[in-house]
Design a protein around this ligand. Sequence first.
Ligand SMILES: [Zn+2]
Length: 525
Amino acid sequence: MRKTILFVLALIFSISLSFGQNWDWGGPIDPLQAKFKVLHYQLELEVIPVTKSIRGKNIITFEASEKLDTLRLNLIDEYKVEKVIMNGQELAFSTHDDLLDILPIDCTCNTVEVFYGGATPVALNPPWSGGFTWELDRFDNHWMGLSSQGEGAKIFMPALDHPSSEAQNGVDLYITVDKPYFVAANGRLLGKKETENQITYHWSTNYPINNYGINFTVGVFHEAKIDFNSISGEVIPMHVYVLQEDQAKAEELLEVLKISTGTHEKYFGAFPFPKDKIAVVETPYLGMEHQTINAYGNNFQFVPMGNVQYDWLLHHELGHEWFGNKMSVGDWADMWIHEGFTAYGDWLFYEEHGGPEAYLDQAASVLRTIPHVKPVVSPPNSTEEEAYHGEIYSKGAAVVHGLRGVLGDDIFFPMLKSFVSDDRFTYQNQVTTKNFIDFVQSYTGQDLSDFLNFYLKTTDLPELKVSKKGKSGYMVSLKGIEFTIPVEIETSKGMEKVILGSKPVLIPSSSEIKVDPKGWLMLKR
Ligand SMILES: [Zn+2]
């Protein structure tokens, strides 16, 4: 009985806890927030591990399409806003429902300073249920990691917290910690300012950045660095920051990072943020794609592949520098563009270092696990929670793999690089699924919109039907689709590519045929 009561209490507590922490984001943009764009955040914070709190201000530079009466920002109610200053004047404000409304505004200002602070939300299951993770390292030094993909920036700073909002001119982070702590953050370290007991680290990005990519990690770190020679010809600083206790692994981690960066560059093009850096920092949670300071918490579990070492977590998060950070979605409905292409980049590591067989084995093992229960693309204006599920990774990658099978390598690989290098969809611009489908058509001259929409927006599969037609061969069709797909078929005469649809096609062969023997396509077989 007592156990039952305790269980019920624990359940209620955990439900209320998770409700309190359910800071979803995305969905339809608030009409008040549709009226302005954020150009820059200057976040000045003191991080205080002993009280697990932060305190400071955010200076937000914005551009409004019309005169604003109310400036509406997002900031979780857990923080206390101390004052708001605009044009040198303290302004009235109200906080409610994780919103900060500043009103009335009687200037045509474009910057606002918000002073705030308080106890930080503690992450329940980072990085999936994010927040601040406060740990101690083996030497009892504080070690703090922040993750916010599912929650947005409002869990650590006042912001226009919507995926369509990226700080167009980047961020400057001035993070103050007690000595001897270090802060690893986005962009370049421009300076350090010391007082007797504290250090302020000034990090600055040279590129637009999405809200969940903005990040800082605090700890006592060992740093290893090299210069990375990019395929662009540029020399880019490459750093790893690991705990002191992992100092012996730093050089190997740097080597793994170098191999992964080179592999991504081969297929996705030059590293996208050469004026910043390539870096990972050891975090007390698994990982996240924070722009130019990827979170790494995979415990140095390198596995050999070909002649090199592979760390799936590091390679995956690094891939997001291209798909996720350089190319970002403005509606979580299209989140598969972040996860599907990046997961596909993971398979390309197998191809590059393990060979074509390793790639096809990896593809086959992922294709087998796809449940086909949720469409890869969610309805327009989805929230992060609505759009985030396993198939945006697995089936997203399988769609890209299928497209490769249809187009062939000579078209597919240049197209892939060209897509993620297109100014219309990168940096200050964002991308949609429709942009991708239209791009495929304009690049290849082939209309694959029915094929792509079918796999991305439905949970159906073409059903493969094969029947023997006397001695002449086999009748083959794909039931359940109203378009055609070029499919490889192995016959007695060798491999050929045949256009298949719902209408049966005679495939002459004196031996048993194998349809799509390499497994390019998701089919009901
Ligand atoms: Zn990912």
